[in-house]
Ligand binder design. Sequence first.
Ligand code: R5P
Length: 320
Amino acid sequence: MPLTKHNGFIVLTGTSNIPLAQKIAKILKKQLDEPISFFPDGEIRVRIPNNLRQRDIFIIQPTFPKGNDHVMQLVFMVDAARRASAREITAVVPYFGYSRQDRKEMPRVPISSSVVARMMEEAGANRILTIDIHSEQQQGFTKIPWDNLYGSYALLPLIKSRKLKDLVVASPDSGGVKRATGFSKLLNATGIAIVYKLRDININDKLDTLGFIGEIKGKHVLLVDDMISTGGTIANAANLLKEKGAKSVRVAAVHGLFTGSALQNIAGSAIDEVFITDTVLPSEEVRKHPKITIASVAPLLAEAIRRIRTGESISKDLIL
Ligand code: R5P
């Protein structure tokens, strides 16, 4: 049989979020290969079961939890695919760990996100596909194309289902204004608010307190962020906005890491409800949390994979 340009494609996953990979494979009507096992000493073993020659390979692996282990699984799978003569290898990294270490903010620190991205490129990835990377400049860390999607498209139906009138979209810090503006357009919100850190020199010149700009009194507020780690950022912002008169405060964040006592922080805060996605595998505690609802990014990723294969634009409808 002659080899055609698109001689089939293969979907692989590491171990960090197998349920998400299964959902993506199901939408694409593809078999999902799980090539990871472990040697007796704990080292990662990769063995891809199918012929990869002239095939496009999509390797799905968010790098949380256990970011270091899951990054190594990913680069080993990329290396195996490249050595097996794959045509094009896409590292699909729905949550890209280390992405908050994206600049040299003080002397003698690494730019860890750049190191991780270059490891993927060096191993042989031809493309990186992420969702809500912490800062978009990171796409310049590699020479290969890096497509970044927005989880807002997965979260919108959930938010809209609450039918909130007089909605204000708020960013919990000054870095998230672009995201808040994007959400506010998609939701036809009545306004935007920005919470910012303010150094209160009268009390203590080392203490950060919060201030905000915007009209939130009597309004439903949607706080939007890329991720929830300890929950401190959103809990503090929500407490402030409620104290200043917001009618309700909901949170929409793409990546739910929920480290440390995040779940307790959220439970004890003024937050009414939290919407997250499954870029990171939600634990049972997260799934059962009374304030948390989860939307899947599987349809978004499956559609992006389909368009990457057919050469269609992915900026249309998938990127803000
Ligand atoms: C910060 O720049 C990020 O966008 C998040 O706001 C932050 O990383 C969330 O972390 P935490 O939940 O620990 O406050």
